[in-house]
Design a protein around this ligand. Structure first.
Ligand code: CO
Length: 512
């Protein structure tokens, strides 16, 4: 290759990154407006805010589908030196920007518009049907949504031997197929079912008193901020506010916004939510500022993101060593209000398992059953094996089979989640994939640092945070989720670490 062509392609790469960064400036600005809408904006601002966000979304879409973007990508790809090492910053950025560009340009604008319309009608109709506990009101719109999703899947296409569900899931978890998910979900489902049977059948159960103890909200706020700061969320580059549904947002790694929620009678809900969102935030803060706005400065996938939140919430925040440190802190923050709560009441209370109808209220173990039910159903719906009209029956049957529950009505059943009404299918498994990745990463962290739990007992969480920064956060999108798992743990994703984690912790708590 001559010096001149190399210069041209290097500058094509430079221009490509400039465009990606410009698009990211716009996208992150929209994120900040979204945060403001949930946290600060007065209700009167809603109409104009929707127009602001729609305008930014239009401009963002134009930027990332500009044919110039495609031309620059082609120039970069034709430079074999630039992409010679597939894990170099340059090759990774070109690979992932290509993926995103193809994805965005595969959908005809008419279909994108139709999707926006139908999901707006879908959410409205779903909310009303849920209020009336009547799936039949939602059914005609859901049928239209499913039809649209099938056409969308056709536009994206899927790999050989795959299925339409795969095409939709890639919006949330690149490279994820239903077959991959099934490989880990089936053993998880079967062993979890027998673990739940053991726990429910035991006459020993942890006390629930800690989850019913009223504690002042002001102290709760100070307490969860203290814990999130101690585990490593950096408040000089982030903040914590209150919202109805907790989330993690922000514009880039040096400005991360967490939200949580408080209930007087359940500090564990605020603590769990805050540690969860702080886990997302610690991931975001661990991304590289140097690579901001490019794939090398972005998180890998929703599943990997969720692994970071779940690890801090569950592997850390619900383990015995953590509570050996945190239990005395309850006294520091809540004074005499906490009197009479033993260590066992608290540690047992945060780990109670009980089958319920509602996914978002589920505990660490049964949560995965809720996800598997949704995965099995949406795969059948998109694949054409389950008619929309038959969803309530199929739903109720699976709740009986997997969780032993008789669903009383559609509001507590198939109408409880907003996702399908927003034309979103393939999203649910990322929650359980997150749990699985969290457990597998954490097992490896324990192997690498055998004193980790001793450190937790002393309130030291730095070693784990730095390990996560190095192995998972700083590499950005250098590896896709499945490859990252092999890279970090030496093994492909498996159900075993999560089952070992749940069985090892829950059996003793239930006297088994
Ligand atoms: Co999360």
């Amino acid at each position: 290759m001559t010096v001149t062509t190399q210069k041209t392609t290097i500058s094509a790469y430079g221009r490509l990154l400039d465009l990606a960064r410009e698009a990211s400036l716009l996208g992150s600005t929209a994120q900040l407006l979204g945060w403001d809408q949930e946290v600060l904006m007065p209700g009167g601002g809603l109409d104009y805010r929707s127009r602001q966000l729609a305008q930014l979304a239009r401009m963002h879409h134009e930027m990332v589908t500009d044919p110039q973007f495609g031309d620059l990508l082609t120039q970069c790809e034709s430079d074999s030196e630039l992409t010679a090492d597939p894990t170099s910053d340059e090759a990774v950025n070109v690979r992932e920007l290509r993926w995103a560009y193809d994805r965005k340009t595969k959908l005809p604008p008419a279909l994108v518009e139709e999707e926006a319309k139908i999901s707006s009608i879908g959410q409205h109709t779903w909310a009303e049907a849920r209020r009336n506990k009547d799936f039949s009101q939602f059914q005609p719109v859901l049928e239209k949504i499913i039809d649209l999703l099938r056409r969308k899947a056709e536009c994206y296409g899927w790999g050989e031997g795959g299925e339409p569900w795969d095409a939709l899931a890639e919006d949330y978890e690149k490279g994820c197929t239903a077959a991959d998910v099934e490989t880990v979900f089936i053993p998880l489902r079967d062993r979890l079912q027998s673990l739940l049977g053991e726990l429910m059948g035991s006459s020993t159960k942890p006390s629930n008193t800690f989850n019913e103890l009223p504690l002042p909200l002001e102290q709760q706020q100070k307490f969860v901020k203290f814990v999130s700061e101690t585990i490593g969320f950096d408040y000089s580059r982030g903040r914590l506010d209150t919202s109805t549904h907790p989330f993690c947002s922000g514009t880039h790694c040096n400005d991360i916004r967490l939200t949580t929620r408080y209930h007087e009678a359940n500090v564990n809900d605020a603590l769990g939510s805050t540690m969860h969102e702080a886990g997302h935030g610690i991931y975001e803060q661990g991304l590289s500022y140097e690579h901001v706005g490019t794939p090398m400065g972005n998180s890998v996938s929703l599943g990997i993101h969720e692994s970071q939140s779940r690890m801090w919430e569950n592997q850390v925040g619900r383990c015995e060593a953590f509570w050996r440190w945190c239990y005395p802190k309850l006294g520091d923050f809540f004074g005499t209000a906490i009197n009479g709560m033993s260590f066992e009441d608290v540690y047992g209370g945060v780990n109670i398992v009980s089958s319920g109808f509602i996914r978002v209220e589920a505990d660490e173990a049964t949560y995965n059953m809720h996800i598997m039910i949704r995965f099995e159903l949406e795969r059948a719906i998109i694949g054409g094996d389950l008619a929309v009209a038959d969803i309530p029956d199929a739903w109720n049957q699976k709740y009986k089979e997997y969780l032993g529950l008789d669903v009383p009505d559609d509001a507590k059943g198939c109408l409880q989640d907003i996702h399908w009404s927003m034309a979103s299918m393939g999203y649910f498994p990322t929650y359980t994939l997150g749990n699985l990745y969290a457990a597998q990463f954490f097992e490896k962290a324990l192997k690498d640092m055998p004193d980790l739990e001793g450190q937790f007992e002393r309130g030291e969480f730095d070693t784990l945070k730095i390990w996560l920064n190095t192995n998972i956060h700083a590499p950005g999108q250098r590896y896709r989720a499945a490859d990252l798992c092999v890279q970090v743990t030496g093994q492909p994703l498996s159900a075993d670490p999560l089952l070992r984690h749940l069985e090892g912790k829950l059996r003793p708590l239930y006297g088994i």
